[in-house]
Design a binder for this molecule. Structure first.
Ligand code: ZN
Length: 275
């Protein structure tokens, strides 16, 4: 639904109290702001009251809202619309063009992390990837932080050279000595792997596409997802919401979906694989 300015109290009370996305529009072609909420009406009211949003609200001529059957649908749609419509007042969602990740591979002697970057990381498709970073530098910082917390060897993590006397960390007693055989390599690697567990980038756990189903009363929405990419939403009510196919791995979409899908608390229907 769309309501026009000046917002009169009657129009505002017609706003739905359900999940969805709302768009503030001004005179220009770009929208001013896109947001999502599980209660559109109270969220829009909050914008109207916010003192630091006076400028945006003064430029707003129209408000459009798109209801969704649940919160995941609202999050997916908001992220998609912000990226395609570039609203003026949204703090730009950083598009991480050069994502890096840590790849842990078994080599002679033990497990070794390496920082990999570039387009073709196999994100969301292969196992053994940990963490998503905007730069090699921030990936290195994370490794240093983990080394510090878990007394890992900077040399074995690939962050510095190991001399005959071991790594620098051994001299200042932050490394437990896996680089010179004082600590068993296996114990070191176990500690490293468990430190990384929470950062695991999950490979897509299905053969092909799935539909994540959200329901609100009689109303059902199906979000089609494959390899963590958001493909489309179809709707049992009104016209179907069409979303263009995401071509590549998108960090925001992954973050929205990873918990509901991996924890098994979303309603999922696996589609027959077409290939
Ligand atoms: Zn060491």
């Amino acid at each position: 639904m769309t309501i026009s300015l000046p917002f009169n109290p009657d129009a505002l009370t017609q706003l739905p109290r359900t999940s969805g996305v709302y768009i503030f529009k001004g005179a220009g072609t770009l929208p001013l702001y896109i947001g999502k909420s599980v209660d559109i009406r109270s969220r829009v009211m909050a914008h109207l009251r916010a003192e630091d949003e006076v400028e945006m609200m003064s430029q707003t001529l129209q408000l459009e809202c798109i209801e969704t059957a649940g919160e995941i649908g609202a999050l997916l749609l908001e992220s998609h619309l912000i990226k395609t419509l570039n609203p003026i007042f949204n703090v730009r969602l950083r598009r991480l063009r050069s994502l890096c990740t840590l790849q842990i591979e078994k080599q002679e002697g033990g497990w070794k992390p390496s920082i990999v970057s570039g387009k073709d990381l196999g994100l969301g498709k292969v196992e053994g990837l940990y963490g998503l970073f905007g730069s090699v530098h921030s990936a290195q910082n994370k490794l240093r932080e983990l080394a510090d917390q878990h007394r890992l060897c900077l040399g074995l993590l690939g962050l510095e050279k190991i001399s005959k006397r071991g790594c620098f960390g051994l001299q200042v007693k932050t490394c437990l000595g896996a680089c010179v055989g004082q600590e068993e390599r296996q114990a070191h690697d176990q500690r490293m792997l468990s430190a990384l567990t929470d950062m695991k980038v999950h490979a897509w756990p299905f053969d092909g596409a799935i539909e994540l189903v959200e329901q609100s009363g009689e109303w059902i929405q199906r979000h089609r997802i494959q390899d963590w990419r958001y493909l489309s939403t179809t709707c049992s009510k009104s016209s179907a919401l069409k979303v263009s196919v995401q071509q590549s791995f998108d960090l925001d979409t992954y973050k929205i979906l990873v918990k509901p899908i991996m924890m098994g608390n979303a309603r999922i229907e696996v589609l027959e694989s077409t290939d």
